[in-house]
Design a protein around this ligand. Structure first.
Ligand code: 6PG
Length: 243
């Protein structure tokens, strides 16, 4: 990866989650101070769950002005919100249901719809809040899969070539299932991007991503190099063990 990415290594997943929660709290405050609002795209999967719990609990929760925060999603599985696999369902249970955020400030992807419909609806929501230009999120939270995917941008799929749509629904061959995801143009325009990775099983892909000089389509997470933004890799010792 060109340049020296901002990498932090925490002792364990709990310490990583705490560092991520306070970093997100601080970045939200900075965005509200500068522009009146903070627009955040959340990651799904397991890694950020504890971060959401910490953001929804004191001492962090009450230091965030949730009225001026808008929560979006980096991607979604095509399941209803009450399905255990739903990213929105997880975020709702662990955070949204516990914080004083206005309902209209939470912009979920309708997993119960078809991927195509949900993708177009989500794109319309993005255009409503960001205008016709490429959405520029204040904060994008991302995880990384062992195959190098991030959000639902999977290696070797056409999703990586999508540069006109801001969000798409597509069939992921590796999963044999449909996903909706933000596309690269959006992820590349973020002000602050936080990658979270914990555990030994992520060590190899983290070393490949952070060891590569150039973005690689077979490692989508390595392609996230916002032109005017900061990328923080927040790891625990196990995930960083091969660096
Ligand atoms: C999803 C995520 C996905 C996730 C990675 C890592 O919907 O699954 O958006 O990109 O961040 O797969 O998942 P874990 O945190 O569960 O390892």
């Amino acid at each position: 990866m060109t340049g020296s990415p901002d990498i932090s290594v925490s002792k364990d997943a709990e310490q990583l989650s705490h560092l991520a929660a306070v970093t997100i709290r601080d970045l939200i405050g900075r965005a509200i101070k500068a522009r009146g609002f903070s627009f955040v795209a959340l990651a799904g999967g397991e890694t950020p769950l504890r971060v959401y719990q910490m953001l929804a609990a004191d001492p962090v929760q009450s230091t965030i002005d949730w009225r001026h925060v808008h929560l979006f999603f980096g991607d979604e599985r095509m399941v209803p919100p009450d399905d255990p696999a739903s990213n929105y369902g997880m975020v709702f249970r662990e955070m949204v249901s516990r914080i004083p955020i206005p309902t209209d400030n939470v912009h979920r992807i309708r997993g119960e719809a078809s991927a195509s419909d949900a993708g177009r609806e989500y794109e319309a929501e993005l255009q409503k809040w960001f205008g016709g230009s490429v959405p520029r999120f204040d904060i994008v939270l991302l995880g990384v899969g062992e195959d190098g995917h991030t959000a639902s941008l999977f290696p070797g799929t056409d999703s990586l070539n999508e540069v006109s749509r801001m969000a798409i629904g597509y069939f992921v061959p590796q999963l044999k299932s449909w996903r909706v995801t933000l596309t690269l143009p959006v992820l590349l325009s973020a002000r602050e991007t936080l990658f979270l990775a914990a555990g030994k099983r992520k060590a190899s892909v983290i070393a490949r991503i952070l060891g590569t000089g150039e973005p690689q389509a077979n490692l989508p997470a390595s392609m996230i190099r916002p032109t005017h933004g900061t990328v923080r890799w927040m790891l625990d010792e196990e995930a960083a063990s091969l660096l």
